[in-house]
Design a protein around this ligand. Structure first.
Ligand SMILES: Cc1cc2nc3c(=O)[nH]c(=O)nc-3n(C[C@H](O)[C@H](O)[C@H](O)COP(=O)(O)OP(=O)(O)OC[C@H]3O[C@@H](n4cnc5c(N)ncnc54)[C@H](O)[C@@H]3O)c2cc1C
Ligand SMILES: *[C@@H]1O[C@H](CO)[C@@H](O)[C@H](O)[C@H]1NC(C)=O
Ligand SMILES: *[C@@H]1O[C@H](CO)[C@@H](O)[C@H](O)[C@H]1NC(C)=O
Length: 494
């Protein structure tokens, strides 16, 4: 379905591209003086999706103006629930034609304020589009709509012998994961979402439908032109609405074993990680939790692990391959002074362990009821991980901030989960300062300011420092080309 824009006010769009921020679409055409949408515009939304699927109620809007981050946000002016891609396309064309901002909404688990409606506009809650439309078991691929979450997909795949490997802590929507460039505990072995997306269906800001790798295609490799799929991974809703994703699946391993392993120091745990990778042990998961986080997990998830810097590990393969991997790993960790080594073979035990890891965020929040969490997210080359982690742990101790460290250390990626009193501006300020300093330290070590949470509202300055002037200019040109009126999730990333 192809829809064309009727009238684009060229002068206004030029102005906006030249001086974003100076020129606001608030009040333009469809919006009253208070920044509210006109009655006629709301009627047009209802004509597309049906009245029950449009809301302008304050509580609903406020719910959609907020993700799991500490960013203080504005609600959108309306929320709509499209039922299919054709409706998404018509909604985009309507909003674009009228100069109204569009904000795609997945499950709202983002950690950088990605869904905040900084200029108001229409929030598009995509959860009603939740079908798994195609499963090609022999080709290891599946096609999902934007409302499908990672857990729902794996439940669907249960008896297929295949699984979807990308597992952020929250049960996020898969297209939201594509939009933020998400990853999880399995990416050291199976890659991030970036490595596991083959094709995307995207509604462009003006309503046109793009198939980034060609309609219906799901090949393993191709050398056909620019990679448009990759362009939309990490685009955070600023280039278009992802309405379908073709994903790569992996065969379920023959055997799996998990373990926890406590260390005398942060250094010993991280050194072991680097050595395990250098020894080319094909570890499936290797996660670091510091003493504070272990203590919180013991309480929250009823574990009885040592309160010490700890690695959670998992190995996949045949029984024979597992024995070898385990032996190799044990030798390395013992050389680094590890104690309290315990293996979990039964799936129930393993699930309990990984549920505890995935719930580390909530376990830390439970330490200080009423507080909100903020998670840093740097990622560095693996050889620099020990120095940055040890230094960060020391700084966290002396900062006066409350929080713990968890990390997908196999990828060189870790998070300080900091607890913030939402009413304490001074504490907010210190958290932001800590985050910025850590980001800059990662950049100095040739790393990135975000391994997986994205730029959103909070890291735009760091992105500039990371990517440089020409990089930023190229990104801005791509943005202007796809979204000349700057209406797709304005205020984010750039
Ligand atoms: C407890 C907890 C643990 C977490 N652990 C991890 C982790 O281990 N790894 C990790 O990577 N992240 C993690 N996250 C962050 C979060 O789960 C991810 O960023 C996730 O990918 C967000 O998906 P979502 O559907 O909730 O997106 P939302 O929060 O709804 O949106 C995020 C951004 O994507 C855009 N967007 C959403 N859907 C679409 C779409 N269909 N098309 C275009 N743009 C869209 C939005 O506009 C917004 O800019 C965690 C969050 C929590 C709360
Ligand atoms: C988005 O819509 C779904 C389905 O109606 C709903 O369950 C979910 O709570 C909505 N999101 C928010 C933030 O309200
Ligand atoms: C394009 O990029 C995506 C995302 O990084 C990747 O998964 C895909 O394999 C790439 N496609 C080709 C044809 O190289």
């Amino acid at each position: 379905m192809v829809l064309k824009l009727t009238a684009v006010p060229a002068m206004a769009s030029l102005l906006r591209a030249a001086a974003p921020g100076l020129f606001s679409w608030r009040g333009y055409c469809s919006r009253g003086l208070q920044g509210e949408l006109s009655k006629g515009f709301v009627e047009s939304l209802k004509a597309i999706v049906g009245s029950p699927h449009v809301s302008t109620a304050v509580a609903v809007r406020e719910h959609h103006g907020q993700d799991e981050s500490i960013h203080r946000c504005q609600p959108p002016d309306a929320v709509v629930w499209p039922q299919n891609v054709d409706q998404v396309s018509r909604l985009a064309a309507l909003c674009y034609g009228q100069g109204v901002p569009i904000i795609p909404f997945g499950t709202g688990t983002g950690l950088e304020g990605g869904v905040c409606a900084v200029q108001g506009g229409v929030c598009i809650n995509l959860t009603h589009m939740d079908r798994i439309t195609e499963l090609n078991t022999e080709d290891f691929s599946v096609v999902v709509e934007p409302g499908v979450t990672r857990k729902a997909l794996n439940a669907h795949l249960r008896n297929s012998g295949l699984w979807f490997t990308v597992d952020p802590g929250a049960d996020a929507s898969i297209c939201g994961m594509v939009a933020t460039g998400a990853s999880g505990t399995n990416s050291v072995r199976y890659g991030t979402i970036r490595d596991n997306v083959v094709n995307l269906e995207v509604v462009l800001p003006d309503g046109r439908l793009l198939h980034t790798a060609g309609q219906g295609r799901h090949f393993r490799k191709s050398a056909a032109g620019y990679n448009l799929t990759g362009l939309f991974v990490g685009s955070e809703g600023t280039l278009g609405l992802i309405t379908s994703a073709t994903l790569r699946l992996h065969p379920v391993p023959e055997a799996t074993v998990a373990a926890t392993c406590a260390f005398p120091s942060v250094q010993a745990a991280v050194d072991s990680t680097v050595q395990i990778l250098q020894a080319a042990v094909p570890v499936a998961r290797i996660e670091f939790l510091d003493d504070v986080t272990m203590d919180a997990c013991n309480r929250h998830s009823k574990l009885s692990c040592a309160v010490a810097p700890t690695l959670f590990l998992e190995f996949h393969g045949s029984e024979q391959a597992l024995a070898e991997q385990v032996q190799h790993t044990e030798a390395i960790t013992q050389q680094n002074g590890a104690s309290h080594f315990s293996w979990a073979k039964e799936s129930e035990e393993r699930n309990q362990l990984w549920a505890a890891r995935h719930n580390a965020w909530y376990a830390l929040l439970a330490l200080s009821p009423g507080c909100k969490g903020y998670s840093t997210d740097v990622c560095v080359p693996i050889s620099r991980l020990p120095e940055i982690l040890v230094q960060t742990k020391e700084e966290l101790k002396t900062s006066g901030l409350q929080g713990g460290i968890v990390g997908h250390v196999g990828d060189g990626n870790f998070h300080c989960i900091l607890l913030v009193n939402p009413d304490d501006d001074e504490e907010h300020h210190r958290v932001r300062a800590f985050t910025k300093k850590l980001g800059r330290r990662a950049l100095a070590l040739h790393g990135t300011c975000t391994g997986e949470h994205g730029i959103g509202l909070g890291k735009r300055q760091l992105l500039q420092e990371e990517i440089g002037a020409v990089g930023m200019e190229t990104m801005r040109q791509l943005k202007v080309m796809l979204d000349p009126r700057s209406l797709m999730n304005p205020g984010k990333v750039l």
